[in-house]
Design a protein. Structure first.
Length: 96
């Protein structure tokens, strides 16, 4: 099965919890302890994500250039690549 990844290869800054809309935090991230989670948020295509939603890529040759993935379905999802300093992220969509 061939996997296609669409990305613009642009680095984006990760967002701090204090900069995420309160409604988004209440609706999507109510499971997080605000004292423990202060950064690692980003918005991609109108949807907010946190790094804790991503699985580490291991043993998948199609995603070998990426650090993590989050599946939307069996055939698609979002991939991420963290910068060396952990402050920025590249984001893409994968599908097969």
């Amino acid at each position: 099965m061939t996997v296609t990844i669409k990305t613009n290869h642009q680095w984006r800054d990760l967002t701090y919890r204090s900069d995420v809309p309160a409604k988004v935090l209440a609706d999507q991230f109510d499971y997080q302890n605000p004292d423990d989670v202060v950064d690692g948020f980003f918005c991609y295509r109108g949807h907010w994500y946190h790094l804790d939603e991503f699985m580490k890529v291991s043993g998948n040759a199609d995603l070998k250039d990426w650090d993590g993935y989050s599946s939307d379905s069996y055939f698609s999802g979002v991939v991420i690549k963290l910068s060396n300093d952990g402050e920025q992220i590249k984001i893409g969509t994968y599908f097969s």
